[in-house]
Structures are given as C-alpha cells and as structure tokens.
Design a binder for this molecule. Structure first.
Ligand code: NAG
Length: 213
C-alpha cells in the first residue's frame, strides 16, 4: 500500500482574503489564517472520517522543541478546511451537483453528516472550512446560462448551506462561474455569521454578469 504523507500540509493557507473572524474563540485574524486543507494530501479521496482524523491530529499533544507538550492548534493551526470532493457528481440538473432550485447535493457515502463534522471540529476549538465553485465534476449547474436569477440562486443556496451546516469559512475555487467575491461576501455577511472567505481564482476574473440588487 502506498504510504500516505498524512499530515504534511500544515501551512498557512494561501491566497486568502483576511476577514475579522472569531466566532468560536476570541482569536482575530491579525495575521494570515493558519491551518490545513485536504487537497494536497487526499485530493478527491477525502471523507468525513479523514477530516475528523485530521481534527484529532490538530489537537493532539506532541513534544515541542522546548520539551513541553503542545498541539498544532495551540500553535495557531486552527483552520481545518475541506477541499474538493464533497459533492454528488452528476446527481443534479443537467449533469451538475446542484438541484433545480440551486441547492448543492452532497456525496453522502463520503460525507454522511457534514453538520456533525463541523460540530466535531467546534468541540475541539477548531474552525471548519468548506469549498465552493468546485473543479471535480465541474460547476455545470447554470454554467453557460446567462439567466441571472438561476446564477444568483446558486450563490444563495451555497451560502445557505455553508451557514446551515456550521462552516466557519469557504474557499472559492475557479472552475465554475461563481467567481464574484463581492457577492459571496455580501451574501455571507447578510447571514449574520462571520465566515472566512478565501479567494482561489488563480488570477481569473468574473466572466458573467450577476444580477445587481
Ligand atoms: C457585515 O458587514 C458590516 C459592515 O461592514 C459589519 O459591520 C458586520 O460586522 C458584518 N457582519 C458579519 C457577520 O460579518
């Protein structure tokens, strides 16, 4: 069996938009958020069980350089983020993973209970991140459509899910058309929950118009 470089990706998260965020403790983002995200280790082979095992690792006491025990979380690595692979590929409309109302569809074999996953992290004092505008099996919902209502509904339902499921952040990738960071920020803000918003657009700009309001 191929050995897994299990916890080799403990790095400050790149390409982030720092927002004040301190829901579960009083730490504010005075410096770039620090933590871990699943892609570089697990790619698409990520599961809820693996995510929770990484959360266990984040709070496990290890012996530090000074001989005292300390955990990665105590060093500040408190953001544990899911990357691509949570979605139910092709289960939605037009081969997408969103239903006709824009609601995202989860691969429940890999992620039986995302709410339980975020609660698991919160119990350990961690913040749990989500992932949107996916790359694996693509964001083909209304992609290519210029129907502003359908596009807006997709953003709205993603934001509703992020908040309903108790996530504390979201990485917005560049593979679909949901690239409008100002709209993400506004919709998240309107929920009243402080959510860290990470821009992962590889320099790409918004391509399609979104309904203004
Ligand atoms: C929403 O934005 C306002 C204005 O910038 C800010 O005062 C407020 O704290 C924000 N709320 C959240 C939940 O981020």
């Amino acid at each position: 069996m191929r050995a897994r470089r299990q916890y080799s990706a403990w790095l400050p998260l790149g390409a982030t938009v720092p927002l004040v965020c301190g829901l579960h403790n009083s730490i504010y983002y005075e410096r770039p958020p620090m933590g871990w995200r699943s892609w570089n280790v697990f790619n698409a082979d990520v599961t809820q069980e693996l995510m929770q095992s990484v959360m266990d690792a984040a709070v496990r006491q290890r012996i530090g350089l000074d001989g005292q025990s300390i955990s990665l979380a105590e060093l500040g690595y408190v953001n544990i983020g899911l990357d691509d692979g949570w979605q139910a590929c092709n289960a939605g409309v037009r081969g997408s993973f969103h239903d006709a109302t824009g609601k995202p569809l989860i691969n429940t074999e890999r992620f039986p209970d995302l709410r339980r996953m975020t609660a698991y992290g919160h119990d350990k004092g961690l913040r749990v991140g989500f992932y949107a505008n996916n790359c694996i099996c693509g964001e083909v919902g209304p992609t290519g459509s210029d129907d502003p209502d359908a596009i807006l509904e997709h953003y709205v339902e993603d934001v509703r899910m992020i908040v309903d499921y108790g996530f504390d952040g979201v990485k917005v990738d560049a593979c679909g058309q949901y690239l409008d960071m100002r709209l993400w920020a506004r919709l998240l803000n309107e929920t009243g929950r402080q959510v860290l918003l990470e821009n992962c657009h590889w320099g790409m700009q918004l391509r399609l118009p979104v309904k203004a309001s």
